[in-house]
Design a protein around this ligand. Structure first.
Ligand code: ADP
Ligand code: MG
Length: 238
């Protein structure tokens, strides 16, 4: 079963066509990495999947449901986007449990979920702080925790580790990999870090200029790039 299907999605901003009939099917449990140069449309595609921006044309299905015209809250997703900030007036604990509260998850289950992700992300000591009392890296972990507290059909991550220092980035990458293996979650993950792409992905989609140029396993994309652009981008041997 496909967890996520994108059918000929087009997105125009004024006269600029940023997504040019993108189609993509992601299997349940798959870790799909989206890479491509800055400005090629990765975040626009993620925003379209999340429902943060309406598409100009095309359809989006999540868990076999047409969600094209549903709000983000109505789609079965959780996201970590740079633009999607924490609630400043809420504590870390409230930030993590808010999405569950909205979905009428009972208090005991919410508390258990907060404990679980806080332990996983090593933010237990931060639970009663406000976002303004956290470093950039800590905020990003809380944003990750907020997403992981839920069990949606699809997780959407848009460069979730880009504000972290190198050491924490490697630790978090390992954590995310373990999580995926343990829970069998479906993940769409944008990065411009080739190592992140090669180590995390079941499949990699390489985007350029509003198109998906190549979709394949890390091995296929790295060793059998469709063109010189993909080869250069992935750092393939020549
Ligand atoms: P990426 O995430 O791959 O770096 P984006 O999806 O953010 O690229 O942007 C793709 C293109 O769409 C860029 O040319 C960008 O300027 C344009 N764009 C993105 N969001 C908007 C917007 N809200 N209004 C107008 N143009 C936008
Ligand atoms: Mg982006």
């Amino acid at each position: 079963m496909s967890a996520l299907e994108i059918h000929e999605v087009r997105k125009d901003f004024g006269n600029e066509r940023v997504l040019k009939d993108v189609s993509l099917a992601i299997e349940s449990g798959e870790f799909l990495i989206l890479v491509g140069p800055s400005g090629c449309g990765k975040s626009t595609l993620m925003n379209a999947i999340a429902g943060l921006e309406p598409v100009t044309d095309g359809r989006i299905h999540i868990a076999d449901r047409d969600v094209t015209w549903l709000t983000p809250a109505e789609r079965d997703i959780a996201m970590v986007f740079q633009s999607y900030a924490l609630y400043p007036s809420m504590t870390v604990r409230q930030n993590i449990s808010f999405g569950l509260e909205m979905r009428k998850v009972p208090r005991e289950e919410r508390e258990a979920a907060v404990e679980r992700v806080a332990d996983l992300l090593q933010i237990t000591a931060l639970l009663d702080r406000k976002p303004s009392q956290l470093s950039g890296g800590q905020r990003q972990r809380v944003a990750m925790g907020r997403a992981l507290a839920r069990e949606p059909a699809v997780y959407l991550f848009d460069e979730p580790l880009s504000n972290l220092d190198a050491k924490l980035r490697v630790d978090m990458r390992t954590e995310i990999k373990k999580l995926h293996q343990r829970l069998g979650t479906t993940i769409v993950y944008v990065t411009h870090d080739q190592i992140e792409a090669m180590t995390l992905a079941d499949r990699i989609a390489v985007m350029r200029d509003g198109h998906i140029l190549q979709l394949g396993t890390p091995d296929e994309v790295y060793n059998d790039p469709v063109d010189i652009f993909v080869a250069g981008f992935m750092g393939s041997p020549s």
